[in-house]
Ligand binder design. Structure first.
Ligand SMILES: NC(=O)c1ccc[n+]([C@@H]2O[C@H](COP(=O)([O-])OP(=O)(O)OC[C@H]3O[C@@H](n4cnc5c(N)ncnc54)[C@H](OP(=O)(O)O)[C@@H]3O)[C@@H](O)[C@H]2O)c1
Length: 204
């Protein structure tokens, strides 16, 4: 059974089916928690996998062009949004046999790579993804002992609406690879930031 979270009620109606129960919510708003909980309560007792994927980008690299509100908005979606969705899903994850949470992060959230000069940090986006990475670590520290694994995954350079100039991967290929990787992921390994398409660990 699938529970896609969408913002548009028209998309919600289009997706609804016997095995698909969309949740209409904005992860940046507090109301998302009750929206998620009520759809899950109505249709299932357990949840195997939560993917925190919602995100948007501001490609602002310079201080004068970046407003404090840009930072607040992206932090609210990438970090607080993932926190909210995980809180709402937790009672259902606890009842699954091998539950997992995947936080879709970005290479641009790696403090180590930015500090090493590999790329220039993007104020709002890199800070939001870096905060989301710490959320992944905090969740892993708390939930691993209950058997809930929490992963940070950089999905690759995807050809989507927020694509970087060097985007080279179709979102469908990344989704298929993620499913494959999750099936074989070492559930006992330490908490790390995994580059899905490159098949390597990115330093935090
Ligand atoms: N594209 C890349 O190369 C790349 C690389 C690294 C990481 N990522 C990450 O991958 C994730 C998916 O991005 P994408 O590339 O697939 O971009 P995308 O096509 O723009 O998808 C982003 C999705 O997030 C949803 N969303 C945004 N804000 C939301 C909110 N407040 N509440 C609920 N849903 C919200 C959007 O919903 P609407 O359809 O309603 O706008 C959209 O469905 C993001 O977390 C992004 O940071 C992408």
């Amino acid at each position: 059974m699938l529970f896609p979270l969408v913002r548009d009620s028209k998309v919600e109606a289009e997706l609804a089916g016997d095995r698909c129960h969309p949740i209409c919510a904005d992860v940046g708003l507090a109301s998302a928690e009750s929206a998620i909980a009520s759809v899950l309560e109505a249709h299932t007792s357990s949840l195997d996998l939560l993917i925190n994927n919602a995100g948007n980008v501001r490609k602002l690299r310079w201080l004068p062009e970046t407003a404090a509100e840009d930072l607040e908005e992206l932090f609210r979606v990438h970090c607080v949004g993932a926190f909210r969705c995980t809180r709402a899903a937790l009672p259902f994850l606890r009842k699954a046999p091998k539950p997992a949470v995947v936080n879709i992060t970005s290479r641009f959230g790696s403090t180590a790579r930015a500090a090493g000069g590999e790329f220039r940090g993007i104020y709002s986006y890199s800070i939001a993804k870096s905060a989301q990475n710490m959320l992944t670590v905090c969740l892993d520290q708390e939930l691993r002992k209950e058997g809930i694994r929490v992963f940070a995954v950089h999905p690759g350079r995807l050809r989507t609406s927020v694509a970087a100039v060097d985007a080279d991967t179709e979102p469908r290929a990344a989704a298929e690879k993620l499913a494959e990787w999750l099936d074989s992921a070492d559930r006992d390994a330490g908490c790390s930031l995994y580059d899905l398409m490159a098949g390597e660990i990115i330093p935090w």
